[in-house]
Design a protein around this ligand. Structure first.
Ligand code: GRG
Length: 296
């Protein structure tokens, strides 16, 4: 199986388990469950859950065991997208190639969908010990790291800084502040979660954190580049929205060519972080190539 097929296969496995975790669309009250399912299954690459699985494999853990954590991260990620699209934030009409949650179900529903996804993310994680037999101290550590990644010094902090700097000229320090939190925090905790739940040593975690930081940076730069040169049909959202919204991006600050070079350099650093790992980290290596060459 080639790498892209393998990715698609893993995304399919994640979707199957997500489907089992979420209440059926007709569970009472159906309006919220329909809207939750709409947002989760509207598409999406499933990069973060795939990183959880690959993080586990890199330390010779079992992907199946950490699957609930993979789903938990995707639920939390989807919450952030639903809330980010709201009129009070980015006011976007399209996400993952589909009308955004608030466009279909209304604003109140979209706020509640985000709240429900965030809450269920932690509920799913908390079951890991009982259902998959993972030592409780590992589960608690991951719950704590995920909460931190999602909080005011992670995702929310990055979002606040991003919203506050709209229309301003942003320097490199602020750009990095925003992206290490908005994008980096969740990517980092994904890789770490898989590894922590599988009993990684602190030395392994350090290397995997270096990998994830650089992968997150490469991912964000490519995201910014796609907003300039991407195909709207493929990326599933309007091209040029960063520029229209005066967003801080790598191409805006450094130019397109320098942004591409920075993405390539971050990809190299991500690969270098895996030097001491053997074939068990090959999927993480493949993901670097995927992130740097993706068109969506
Ligand atoms: C509302 C707390 C809060 C945070 C919102 C997610 C986010 C923060 C903003 C969305 C805009 C954006 C460009 C964020 C950077 C992270 C990012 C590139 C998200 C999109 O991730 P993909 O491409 O999405 O993995 P899919 O749809 O494939 O899951």
């Amino acid at each position: 199986m080639n790498f892209r097929d393998e990715l698609a296969e893993r995304a399919k496995m994640v979707n199957k388990v997500l489907d089992q975790f979420l209440p059926p669309a007709n569970a009472y009250p159906p309006s919220i469950h329909k809207a939750v399912r709409y947002s989760v299954f509207a598409g999406g690459k499933r990069l973060r859950p795939i990183l959880v699985l690959a993080g586990a494999e890199a330390v010779r853990g079992c992907a199946e065991t950490v699957m609930p954590a993979a789903c938990a991260v995707e639920l939390l990620h989807t919450y952030s997208l639903v809330h980010d699209d709201l009129p009070a934030m980015d006011n976007d009409d399209l996400r993952r190639g589909q009308p955004t949650c608030h466009k279909v179900f209304g604003e109140a529903a979209a706020i509640l969908v985000g709240d429900a996804l965030l809450t269920s993310s932690f509920a799913v994680l908390a079951q890991l010990s009982q259902k998959a037999g993972v030592p409780p101290e590992r589960v608690v550590r991951v719950i704590s790291e995920l909460a931190e990644a999602a909080g005011t010094q992670g995702l929310i902090g990055g979002q606040v800084a991003d919203l506050a700097s709209e229309g301003d000229t942003v320097d490199q320090d602020m750009l990095e502040y925003i992206h290490t939190r908005k994008t980096g925090a969740l990517i980092r905790v994904s890789v770490r979660a898989g590894a922590i739940l599988s009993g990684a040593s602190e030395e392994q975690l350090k290397k995997l954190t270096g990998y994830a930081n650089n992968l997150g940076l490469a991912f964000q730069i490519v995201d910014d580049i796609l907003d300039v040169v991407g195909d709207e049909q493929v990326i599933g959202k309007p091209v040029g929205s960063d520029q229209r919204n005066h967003k801080a991006t790598y191409p805006a600050l450094f130019g397109l060519d320098a942004a591409k070079q920075k993405a390539a350099a971050a990809a190299e650093m991500a690969l270098a972080s895996l030097n001491r790992f053997g074939a068990e980290a090959d999927f993480l290596r493949g993901l670097v190539h995927f992130v740097i060459t993706r068109n969506q």
